[in-house]
Design a protein around this ligand. Sequence first.
Ligand SMILES: *[C@@H]1O[C@H](CO)[C@@H](O)[C@H](O)[C@H]1NC(C)=O
Ligand SMILES: *[C@@H]1O[C@H](CO)[C@@H](O)[C@H](O)[C@H]1NC(C)=O
Ligand SMILES: *[C@@H]1O[C@H](CO)[C@@H](O)[C@H](O)[C@H]1NC(C)=O
Ligand SMILES: *[C@@H]1O[C@H](CO)[C@@H](O)[C@H](O)[C@H]1NC(C)=O
Ligand SMILES: *[C@@H]1O[C@H](CO)[C@@H](O)[C@H](O)[C@H]1NC(C)=O
Length: 488
Amino acid sequence: MSKPRDSLSSLMKLTLSLSIFTSLALLLLHIKPAPQQYTNKNFIKFLHQTPQDAHPERPIQRQTDTNISHIVFGIGGTAKNWKYRSRYTEVWWQSNVTRGFAWLDEPLNLTESSTRSFIPVRVSEDTSRFKFTCSYGSRSAVRIARIVLESFKLGMEDVRWFVMGDDDTVFFMENLVDLLSKYDHNQMVYIGGNSESVEQDVIHSYGMAYGGGGFAISYPLAKELVPVLDGCIDRYHYFFGSDERVGACVAEIGVRTIHEPGFHQVDIRGSAYGLLSAHPTTPLVSLHHLDYVEPLIPNKTREDSLRALHRAYKRDPARALQKSVCYDLQRNWSVSVSWGYTVQIHSRLITAKELLTPLQTFRSWRSWSEGPFTFNTREESDDTCEREIRYFVSDVEGDGEGHSTSSVYKRFDEGEREGCGDGAVVPKSVDVAAVKMDPLEWIKFKAPRRHCCEVINEHEEETESSVLQVRIRKCKLGESLTLPPEIS
Ligand SMILES: *[C@@H]1O[C@H](CO)[C@@H](O)[C@H](O)[C@H]1NC(C)=O
Ligand SMILES: *[C@@H]1O[C@H](CO)[C@@H](O)[C@H](O)[C@H]1NC(C)=O
Ligand SMILES: *[C@@H]1O[C@H](CO)[C@@H](O)[C@H](O)[C@H]1NC(C)=O
Ligand SMILES: *[C@@H]1O[C@H](CO)[C@@H](O)[C@H](O)[C@H]1NC(C)=O
Ligand SMILES: *[C@@H]1O[C@H](CO)[C@@H](O)[C@H](O)[C@H]1NC(C)=O
């Protein structure tokens, strides 16, 4: 031992300029010198010994892609509301394919709800022994927080993810599966979304995944969570929500929340139109609170408009609500498509930055105020003439992902536009917008880029055509939404 030490101290005496050779020499000699100033034996042992409980990571096995069968859903609901609320689950649940349960507070009255048995129902364990002291909350938060535990204890085979949702959460299954595939289910992972209303995030937490938008917990995280959950729920008796409790317990374990912008808690009041017509460039994963916002499509019921959106979604899941913007420079129109949902024609040229900012057609969740929200919004004009003309999806044809689709959107006028000045300004006679989507590869999560679009019939006189034809295609090299200099 003394030999290397000696050679070390002599090396130390060399000038700074030679220090690089020092490290090189040490490397070549495989010498591990202990820091001179610490000679305590225990300390040296501590530095160089691997503790017995520091197990090396399990080697990662090659796994098949994540599919719908690897997910177990836990939907929180009540027997009283199930008949009514289950119509949301019914839209996305695939009988005998989707795995999981609706967890209710008491058994269903079967005489009443036999038609709603498409999703298996279970009654949650009794939670009256738990502490609950939140004066403005409901005790059911404790029961619902435990769904992940009760689901885990069922010991189902081949589970990679537990996904929690409310009885009024609508999941967009293909996109959810794709999203989860992006993450390593062999690690502890916790994914979900935030509340749109800042007041909610301030009161509850920015750091958690909101339960109404739904969240996913990987199997290894659930396994870690289950033994500590009950104690943790009891300690956080003063919290409001079930999701807040789960979020706090996950935080104690030390796993961070991954926020994915495709989850939508929809903590807003009024119309979700502005939010959904400016969806971020990422696949739609969930919607929530549809009973609390206006129907997604005017003049349709809540249920019918959700079904219309969901039908379009099924034709091309990843591209539902994805936005494309293009200009008709002959007529000075800005055209914006939120695929499968809405087309907007603005009778002036508007920058992309503005068009991509959600129109504030809504208010905040708790106090019904004008904001703030966790994203920027722009004001909706009070003057009908200044507003864009909105078209809503009526028909989609095509056979899904990567293939071409045609979709048709019908005009909805909120008010009279007769007095809106010169006819040239307002696209009066366009009743229908037709959108042709090229067969396109879209790198959904890894490097998403908006698709480009173009107005096909821009040279026609407006009166000659009542259909605006739009083509969505891959952007060309160097293409961007740049307006002519005299406008911008
Ligand atoms: C999902 O993958 C598993 C293999 O991990 C396979 O056994 C199962 O059949 C697949 N399910 C579906 C619906 O594709
Ligand atoms: C689901 O499976 C059950 C039992 O195998 C069967 O009776 C039922 O018809 C199936 N439902 C659907 C929608 O396939
Ligand atoms: C179940 O529904 C039937 C028919 O609506 C009603 O007569 C009965 O009282 C209900 N039972 C319970 C336990 O709610
Ligand atoms: C479009 O806008 C430009 C610039 O403001 C203007 O010169 C042109 O006349 C407009 N064209 C129509 C058809 O309104
Ligand atoms: C909305 O529905 C009403 C009644 O069905 C109908 O009279 C009206 O024209 C519709 N409005 C639009 C803009 O489609």
